[in-house]
Design a protein around this ligand. Structure first.
Ligand code: ZN
Ligand code: ZN
Length: 359
């Protein structure tokens, strides 16, 4: 087993011990990838204090042999039968499972198979808590994805212009990434021009971009399994006074939030830093979403940076900072960057120009 996975397994076992779990069944595929290195689409992992099993179906026999080291690999015909059999052998009193990714049917079958032998304990968030703090390997991968994303914005400057159709511009950027090694997109590319910019998640449409519009571009590349996420708002032609004003408020809000990032700081305090700048400028009711989120194997993961978040920032977390103002019938502005939490504060992983760029 590579030291990387040994370390992750060690951290999982220590979380399991804290929750008094004798065994843990991992069903979320990203969590399985994180713990085992497996990149396929059908798998279970079972971890106890001294054993680790990896289960997959016959399609993945060769792939699992290549990717998964240090786990006992079992090829199943009926997944839950094999899971129950392994758990029977482990003889743990309490078995944790990922309640967020197990169907009610599978839970019921497993509970029946384990009746009288072990108690199933819903343990959501165990692995995602580990994943929220990135190791060096992940920081490198995420940084590479963020760099590719930045290059996409340079390309965007060429294809997002008055007269262009949002969806065609998006396709051009997506092709640019794929040619440079991206295996996919972190999410559907958002290019929202003019009034559509008031939709925080306005996917690129058939709309033609006009002169004098703000254009919100939120996009991300998926590279080596890791996501990236960045937003810029451009303007086509000379900005109006109001476009400039709103842009500056969002920019100041983002700067205040970035400035507040430090290990030990509440995620909700970072949100508040951005929210109070926007509120003081009189646009509070136009900022409806949270200020950011963790990014890694999933595009949205722990921690959450919203007003009600109970997360606390730790060194090694990778988060987005993305305040915005969305005015119905007028348009919107969002500026988003990815930041690594270091002991000295935020280190930005995305670096596209944050001035209001005129296209
Ligand atoms: Zn985004
Ligand atoms: Zn985001």
């Amino acid at each position: 087993m590579k030291p990387l996975y040994r370390e992750r397994l060690k951290r999982l076992r220590s979380s399991m011990a804290g929750k008094k779990l004798g065994a843990f069944v991992v069903t979320d595929l990203k969590n399985i990838r994180y713990l085992t290195g497996f990149t396929g689409s059908s798998a279970y992992a079972i971890v106890s204090s001294d054993k680790a099993f990896f289960l997959t179906d016959p399609r993945y026999t060769a792939q699992s042999r290549e990717e998964v080291k240090g786990f006992r690999v079992k090829i199943f015909k009926k997944a839950l039968d094999t899971v129950a059999e392994i758990l029977g052998g482990i003889k743990a009193a309490a078995v944790g499972f990922e309640s967020g990714s197990v169907s009610f049917d599978n839970y019921s079958k497993l509970a029946k198979a384990l009746k009288g032998k072990a108690k199933l304990k819903a343990s959501a968030g165990l692995v995602s808590a580990l994943r929220s703090v990135k190791d060096q390997f992940e920081i490198e991968k995420i940084t590479e994805a963020a760099k590719l994303l930045d290059k996409g914005f340079i390309h965007a400057l060429k294809v997002v212009k008055p007269g262009a159709i949002e969806r065609e511009a998006a396709f051009s950027i997506e092709t640019f990434w794929k040619k440079r090694g991206a295996e996919g997109l972190a999410f559907d590319t958002i290019i929202a021009s003019g009034e559509r910019g008031a939709l925080p998640h306005g996917k690129a449409s058939e709309k033609r971009i006009k002169k004098g519009e703000l254009v919100v571009i939120d996009m991300g590349a998926l590279l080596n399994g890791y996501n990236s996420d960045e937003t810029r708002t451009f303007v086509t032609g000379r900005p109006t006074a109001k476009q400039k004003e709103v842009y500056q408020v969002v920019r100041d809000a983002q700067a205040a939030a970035i400035e507040s990032i430090r290990p030990g700081v509440k995620a909700s305090a970072v949100d508040l830093a951005a929210r109070s700048v926007i509120g003081k400028a009189g646009y509070g009711k136009y900022f409806g979403h949270g200020t950011g989120h963790g990014v890694g194997l999933d595009i949205h993961e722990s921690p959450g940076l919203g007003p009600t978040s109970i997360d606390v920032l730790e060194e090694g977390m990778v988060i987005t900072v993305e305040p915005g103002i969305y005015i119905p019938g007028w348009g919107g502005v969002r500026i988003e960057d990815m930041a690594l939490v270091t002991k000295n504060g935020a280190k930005l992983l995305t670096s596209t120009n944050r001035d209001l760029v005129i296209l």
